[in-house]
Design a protein around this ligand. Structure first.
Ligand code: LMR
Length: 398
């Protein structure tokens, strides 16, 4: 039976990393996958994480099963990170949170939960959205439709078109939003725009489904959760999938969380039982190590401070790289204004190149990015800035 399976193309994002590894050009630059790198081009283990790992090694005295929800301590800590202190949804006991294998695991569990809660509901995703949203949610059986989001010509959110579309979303459908650091565009909703989205969710009755993969990479930990916290006080039901891959640098440990807000405590208890049944059927329980690290860091004030400082440095480094890239590109040519890159947030921005130009960058200069010309800004270094910007200008001109 296996002979009937066709060979699939490489993943549009992860496939780039594999191709980059094989490239022998010493000047190669990886702007593909969204992974933070320092100025030496290395994805470091954060010092707070390394310290928490040492503590864990000394303290862990069993490898017995945890539970389908993961560590209760980690879940409590994460609630504070996501909702802030004193949120009414939390004090009303309407929030239920579980650990998941990364943000992808959270999205998948959410999709299964949606199938149980409202089979046939449509989930609306932004155009464009993260390249894995549609395959991941689609393969879980969700019906997907798109709402307009990014205008490639103006390099900004087409908010009027977004609102016009969301105004026609039927009650009970879901709208997938990016909490911050929109992937792939880097264009985030302003506070006023979040308020309008919250108002639409209230009046239309759609359920916001928020993906937060980059909390702390935009403006700050609390600032980046503004939209989530607003929605949690505006609407009765909310789904939040969050990842700790980026903000704790725990990529390969697969640490994430799925948190749901329910209309009341009775529904929350029923919903939690469904979540646990979904996870039991999919993978039984989440991996422990990454969440244990998050738990240790968030329950130790010294480590929390250290982690926040490191995260702030990463955020600042990306902002500096954005500014450097804009000036390097604008110095070398006058036809296109790249200033928009400095106003965007998080790891990503679109350069606005054609697929052919993207392929030339890869083939002639060993500079890797997705075919959409999305770059992971964190993959740049000051040292490589001149090389990368000159190569971009060359493919734009020829
Ligand atoms: C990305 O968009 O590059 C990251 O979220 C990594 C991934 O899994 O795609």
């Amino acid at each position: 039976m296996f002979e009937s399976l066709p060979l699939l193309p490489a993943d549009p994002i992860l496939g780039l990393s594999a191709a980059f590894q094989q490239d022998t050009n010493p000047n190669k630059v990886d702007l593909g996958v969204g992974v933070y790198k320092n100025d030496a081009g290395v994805t470091p283990v954060m010092a707070a994480v390394a310290a928490a790992e040492r503590l864990r090694l000394n303290l862990e005295n069993t490898k017995a099963y945890t539970s389908p929800a993961g560590y209760p301590g980690a879940n409590n800590a994460v609630v504070g990170l996501v909702y802030g202190t004193g949120h009414t949804a939390v004090s009303d006991n309407r929030v239920r949170t579980i650990q998941t294998p990364g943000g992808c695991g959270a999205l998948r569990v959410a999709a299964e939960f949606i199938q149980r809660a409202k089979p046939g509901a449509t989930t609306w995703v932004s155009t464009p959205t993260w390249a894995n949203h549609i395959p991941l949610l689609g393969s879980a059986g969700l019906t997907l439709r798109e709402y307009p989001y990014y205008n490639y010509a103006t390099h900004s959110i087409d908010f009027d078109a977004m609102v016009a579309c969301l105004n026609n979303v039927p009650a009970g459908d879901l709208v997938l939003l990016h909490a911050c650091c929109h992937n792939p565009s880097g264009a985030d909703l302003s506070r006023e725009q979040w308020q309008e989205v919250a108002r639409l969710a209230q009046t239309r009755g759609f359920v916001p489904f928020v993906d937060m993969a980059y909390q702390g990479f935009g403006e700050g930990l609390d600032e980046d959760a503004y939209g989530i916290r607003l929605l949690a006080e505006s609407v009765p039901e909310l789904i939040i999938a969050a990842s700790f891959s980026k903000n704790f640098g725990l990529y390969r440990e697969r640490a994430g969380t799925l948190s749901l807000v329910f209309a009341n405590e009775t529904q929350a208890n029923a919903g939690m039982s469904q979540l646990l049944s979904v996870t039991r059927g999919l993978y039984s329980m989440p991996p422990a190590h990454g969440s244990a690290i998050v738990d240790i860091i968030l329950h130790n004030s010294g480590l929390t401070r250290q982690w926040q400082e490191e995260l702030g440095q990463m955020r600042q480094r990306i902002q500096n790289l954005r500014a450097e890239l804009v000036s390097a590109l604008n110095q070398r040519q006058g036809e296109r204004d790249f200033s928009f890159i400095a106003h965007e947030r998080g790891m990503f921005s679109f350069l606005g190149l054609s697929v052919e130009q993207v392929h030339r960058l890869k083939n002639e200069f060993s500079i890797y990015m997705t075919d959409t010309s999305r770059i992971s800004v964190a993959g740049l270094t000051t040292e490589k800035m001149a090389y990368v910007s000159q190569a971009i200008v060359n493919v734009l001109r020829a």
